[in-house]
Every structure is written in C-alpha cells, then in structure tokens.
Design a protein around this ligand. Structure first.
Ligand code: SF4
Length: 395
C-alpha cells in the first residue's frame, strides 16, 4: 500500500515563506496563555494548568505542531503538547530525574551511563516541550547553546576517555542550534580518533520539519557516520513535510532510527503503533524503540501500565514484520539501565532441549547439539583486545 502523507494547512494569516522558515517557527512559538487561546478552545483542565504556570513544566510549541493538534482536548497530539492540571495531581510515582542522569554526570553536559557511549547535551532548548519529557531536570532552562567553558570541558572528557565509541548529541534538541554550531560540534567530535559513531537525537523532524534542509543534511553527511534518532509517536505526525524531512536524511545516507514512547490516550493501541511503524519503514526509517514512559514528574496521566504495553507488543508480534517492530524497553528508574521485554513462547527447558509454542500456536522443540561439538572460533583472539577495551571503557 502506498501511504498518503498529507501536508499541513498553512493559516491564512501567515505567508508560505514564513511558515517554511524554521527560525520563524521558533520565533513565533506559542508559549503563553494568550498565545494558546488564540489557537485552541481550552478545556477547564488545560486553563487551570496555565493558572499554575510556575509549577508545571515549560510550555512551548511551534505553530506547525499546534496546527497538527485537533480541537478536542483528548486529541493525541494535543495531549503531547498541551499542559494539563493533571500534571500536578497526586502521582503514583514522580521523579525529576528518572534516568538517574545527575549521578552519571562526570563533566558539564556529559551523561556517561554506559561504558562505550555518552550523551552530550549541547542545548537545553526544544521547540516543543513535550509533556512526557524525561529530562525535566535540565530541559527548558533557555540557556541555549552550551557555554564555551562547559563545551571545552565536555569535549575534553570525551577526548580523555578512549573507551567512548559513540557520542549522542541530545539536549534539549540539538537541531535547534544553528548550522554553524552544529557543524563545529561535529567537526570537533570527528577529530577525536576513538569516536566512531555520532547520533543526533531530535524531535525537529516531528515538530518543525522545516529545520531539515539540504544544508543541515550535508553537514551531517560530511561528518559521517551519523545516525539520526527521530521521535515520532503517532502516525498523524508523519505529514508530507515530516515525511520529506525523513527521506532527505535517508537519501543522503543518514540512517534514521525512530524511538517512540507509549503514551496513554495517544498511541497505546496496537493499530496506532502498527500504522506508525509501517509508515516509518516505508520512508526507510527503522522503528527502533517503543519505550515505556518514564515516571517523570507530571506524567502519571500520560503513562500506560507495563501490562498494557506488553499486551500491545504481544498483539503486534508475528503480525508486524521484524523490520517494522520496535524493541519494547523500560528504563529502570533511577538509572538502572534498560530492561527489554519480548513475549515468552518457551514452555519447557532442559539441558538438551527447549520447547516452544509460537505466536500463532505452533508447538515445536529445539534440540541442543552435543556440548563436545561446540568450538570457539579460531580467530576470536584477534578481536579480544577490543572486547577487553570495551569492558574497561569507563575507568
Ligand atoms: S524534545 Fe525531547 S528533550 Fe525536548 S521536551 Fe520533548 S522529550 Fe523533552
């Protein structure tokens, strides 16, 4: 099936050239109650959130993303961007730093949780403050690009830790910085010999696809290998503009991997996850992760139960191509790392064999070969030092 990616409607009051200009989108973001009532008929719960503006997480959306949201307060995209007084209701769990990032912060703007990769938070600004954000302890302080002294310290940390193979530019949203700063950051990272892979984690293709220009894509390509980590959560976010942005990356050899978050009343239904995944795959973006929403402050009304998420995964499993199936994962609160879930089809195990009943009911056994036949590959020694380096990477 060919998918129909529909363009957004440009409001009559805005010129096409302004609408397609990403800096116009940022300059004209909706931030205040007055901005929002110009676009939305606010519900009581939404109004109340604005009355408690100091207590709720930052509020901001681009006009483009606001245009995607529907009129009802239960509209999925509206639930992502619109503050709600439920953010202040008594929660089951509410953590300011659910990933325990502040205790894995050895240098300014660096989060070093896993041995071979670091996050480099180059800005705290986003063009939309998602209500489910997991990094509310950092995001939205509006300090913009990292200060020069912090930038040097962060870069030096990466330089002096030879086990770091991957750097993930994050924030905030790293594509809210200008082309020159982005280019310089990637240039500086590429000068570090042990940095193999760079990822750019961004919601800009979703909330401001006009940011994705030939220029920005050329910058990423120049510093390859760079992976683009997108964050589409709902098939309606894949407009013609967003689809063109995704394709521009892929056409220039930049792999796009999508990380979605399961959100209550937004996408917690197998039909929605399937629709999103199939469209992404059609655009050659890999559905990579389906995350359980972290228990970040103010997200209780947006979180699903793990049972609900597992049921969604189970219904998709087998029905959706492996290429389109995202990995379901829960970030263990307080920085415990990822816990992956896959449906368990094993019904019996012993040393000799395992027995299964597959997703559509077929039962079969897997017999192990005799232990005496199992050899280690002769050339494993050649790669062993690399393995040892990886294990010692954080020291
Ligand atoms: S774009 Fe990412 S960092 Fe920014 S508010 Fe949304 S979830 Fe948080």
């Amino acid at each position: 099936m060919k998918f129909d990616f529909k363009p957004t409607t440009i409001p009559d009051s805005v010129s096409i050239s302004d609408w397609k200009n990403w800096t116009w989108q940022l300059r004209n973001s909706l931030k205040t109650y007055k901005d929002f009532i110009g676009h939305f008929d606010l519900s009581l719960e939404e109004r109340e959130a604005f009355n408690h503006g100091e207590e709720v997480f930052n509020i901001r959306t681009t006009p483009y993303y606001a245009q995607l949201a529907g009129k009802s307060s239960s509209d999925p995209i509206r639930r992502i961007l619109m503050p709600n007084i439920l953010e202040l209701a008594a929660p089951a769990q509410a953590m300011l730093d659910p990933l325990g990032e502040r205790k894995n912060n050895p240098a300014p703007r660096i989060i070093h949780r896993y041995p071979d990769r670091v996050l480099f938070l180059i800005t705290d600004i986003c063009s939309v403050y998602c209500r489910f954000c997991t990094r509310k302890h950092f995001t939205g302080q509006e300090e913009a690009f990292v200060r020069p002294d912090e930038y040097e310290k962060a870069l030096n940390y990466i330089k002096t830790h030879a086990g770091i193979r991957e750097v993930i530019l994050s924030g905030g949203d790293p594509l809210t910085v200008g082309d020159a700063q982005l280019d310089r950051t990637l240039f500086d990272l590429r000068k570090i010999d042990h940095v193999e892979i760079i990822r750019v984690g961004t919601r800009m293709p979703v909330v401001c696809p006009m940011r994705v220009s030939e220029d920005v894509v050329r910058i990423l390509r120049k510093h390859k290998p760079v992976f683009l980590m997108s964050h589409f959560n709902h098939p309606r976010e894949l407009t013609a503009e967003a689809a063109a942005a995704v394709e521009l990356f892929v056409d220039h050899g930049i792999p796009v991997m999508n990380q979605m978050v399961l959100l209550n009343g937004v996408n917690n239904h197998p039909a929605i996850v399937q629709a999103l995944s199939r469209r992404l795959l059609y655009l050659r973006a890999k559905p990579y992760y389906m995350f359980q929403c972290d228990p970040s402050r103010g997200t209780d009304h947006l979180r699903t139960s793990i049972e609900d998420s597992l049921q969604i995964q189970k219904e998709l499993w087998g029905n959706l191509s492996g290429l389109a199936m995202p990995n379901f994962s829960v970030d263990i609160p307080d920085g415990g790392g990822k816990a992956y879930y896959v449906p368990n089809y094993e019904v019996f195990k012993s040393e000799e064999k395992r027995s299964y009943q597959g997703w559509d009911g077929i039962a079969a056994e897997y017999m192990n070969p005799s232990a005496a036949q199992i050899l280690k590959p002769q050339d494993a020694e050649m790669y062993y030092q690399e393995w040892e380096d990886l294990k010692g990477a954080r020291t």
